[in-house]
Ligand binder design. Structure first.
Ligand SMILES: *[C@@H]1O[C@H](CO)[C@@H](O)[C@H](O)[C@H]1NC(C)=O
Ligand SMILES: *[C@@H]1O[C@H](CO)[C@@H](O)[C@H](O)[C@H]1NC(C)=O
Ligand SMILES: *[C@@H]1O[C@H](CO)[C@@H](O)[C@H](O)[C@H]1NC(C)=O
Ligand SMILES: *[C@@H]1O[C@H](CO)[C@@H](O)[C@H](O)[C@H]1NC(C)=O
Length: 227
């Protein structure tokens, strides 16, 4: 290769790579995790799992779910609870938050991802952000980095929405069903999740927390006055 050409290739490569590597440069104050309540789960427990500088407790979670949850002590299995958390730009690569989870006896990466964090994180993310051998997770009182991804929206799709939900897909979910529950259109859902099949039964999608914002605008303001 001629020196000039080699130089050009190098410049082009570094431009491409820096674009590929820096996918975000800032996060946003707030995102919501859609937590599918399993039998024996409760808001106090969820508030512990999702601790951050927002200092949430069961009542905070309740205030984001007035439409679907009446009491923090009796939440039905199968209800999805919206849990507030900060959405950070992680290593300039993607949006998410790393929770500082305290390991319990008998934990595995699968159990932490699929049960405790209700598929809001994955086995792969846990392996990537923790040095523990999957077969030798410490038994108790150790810490685990639990990464939950999030979205701050996309100004080329719409500037109307400010608060986004991270929603783990379950078997039986469809874009139509999610659209009718959230009051959002199917094309809008798709444009926030390019290349994702809503019927795939796993993985997460992101969409605006439209009803949630309207519903808890007041609480949201109070919430921010607190901090
Ligand atoms: C909340 O859930 C956790 C995990 O299942 C459980 O250990 C705890 O006893 C529950 N607390 C209440 C008050 O039900
Ligand atoms: C998480 O995904 C696994 C595998 O698809 C499923 O068995 C489990 O019920 C899911 N957990 C929740 C809380 O939805
Ligand atoms: C969790 O992440 C922190 C910061 O990157 C790192 O220092 C720590 O070793 C990680 N924890 C585990 C268990 O790998
Ligand atoms: C934002 O939306 C545009 C148009 O749909 C798309 O090309 C782009 O990849 C999206 N950006 C992100 C960060 O998702």
């Amino acid at each position: 290769m001629k020196p000039k050409l080699r130089f050009l290739v190098l410049v082009l490569m570094s431009v491409c790579c820096s674009i590929a590597e820096s996918k975000c440069n800032k996060g946003c104050d707030l995102a919501l995790a859609s937590y599918y309540m399993w039998k024996d789960s409760n808001l106090t427990f969820i508030a512990q799992l999702f601790q951050s500088n927002l200092n949430i407790d069961a009542d905070t979670i309740l205030s984001y779910n007035k439409k679907t949850i009446n009491s923090k002590d009796s939440v039905q299995q199968g209800v999805r609870a919206h849990v507030p958390f900060p959405c950070d730009c992680i290593d300039g690569k993607f949006l998410g938050h790393v929770f500082d989870y305290t390991v319990q006896s008998g934990d595995t990466y699968e159990k932490v991802a699929q049960t405790w964090y209700a598929n809001l994180t994955t086995y792969q993310l846990l392996r990537q952000y923790n040095s523990y051998d999957p077969n030798m997770i410490p038994d108790e009182n150790a810490k685990m980095n639990v990464t939950v991804t999030c979205s701050c929206g996309n100004s080329s799709v719409s500037k109307k929405y400010g608060l986004f939900i991270t929603y783990p897909l379950r078997l039986g979910d469809t874009a139509d069903a999610i659209a009718s529950v959230t009051g959002l259109s199917v094309p809008l859902l798709r444009s926030y999740n390019p290349g994702i099949y809503f019927t795939q039964g796993s993985g997460v999608v992101y969409f605006p927390g439209k009803g949630v914002t309207c519903l808890s605008n007041l609480e949201l303001n109070n919430f921010f006055f607190l901090f």
